[in-house]
Design a protein around this ligand. Sequence first.
Ligand code: ZN
Length: 266
Amino acid sequence: MRYIDPHIHMVSRTTDDYQRMALAGCVAITEPAFWAGYDRNSPQGFYDYYTLLTTQEPARAAAYGIKHYCWLCINPKEAEDPAFARDVIALISEFLDRPNVLGIGEIGLNKNSKNELIILEEQIALAAKYDQMILVHTPHLEDKLKGTKLIIDAIKRNGDIDPGRVLIDHVEEHTVNTVLDAGFWAGMTLYPETKCTPQRAADIIEMCGTERLWINSAGDWGPSDPLAVPKCRFEMARRGHTPETIDTISFENPKTFLSQCEKFAV
Ligand SMILES: [Zn+2]
């Protein structure tokens, strides 16, 4: 069976991971711009990162038959200095026409700080200006529910963003309904032990159904598992979910959401 991992940071994974994912049935991934494990000291560092996400990574993925797409932004963890963040944001528009760029992401909040919120609002405005889809990061560290509500309010305040073109990621049991009830798509990030495990994700699917919901690995430089999506499919099959339900959550739903950008094809 084929699947899409719609949130994984391959820049910090090995080429062997691409091979393992391909063998497990992965046909496409999307890679949001994020914190690379260290703070970058200059906008040029982000320029080089965007270049990598739009050139080298798609080529590395293609060698294993995996289509690579990406999202561009300055992540909230590096957005504490508004002047620096604005210099980075000014670089993004020249990359938006590249063939594998799907939109703006992963924007959001990390510590729910005032400066993070200012830069979040400016990147929501950037998405509106260029009619881009949005992928949102919700905080792990501080109050996730509070951060999720602040983000939803910021998107609604803009007025030009269709919630159906926004995916709010890293939802858990206490935030998933807030996101879905407001008309957004929701992503469940599967971590090996902490946060949302494949078992907890299967529980959430059993509570909420599969409408406007997807699963992803968010594999990155930290403890994470690039095979988390096939492992969650295995957990669902073990519980007796139908192949159709498993296909919906791990292939059809991401395909439906991502296909709102005409560049996406699987
Ligand atoms: Zn991420």
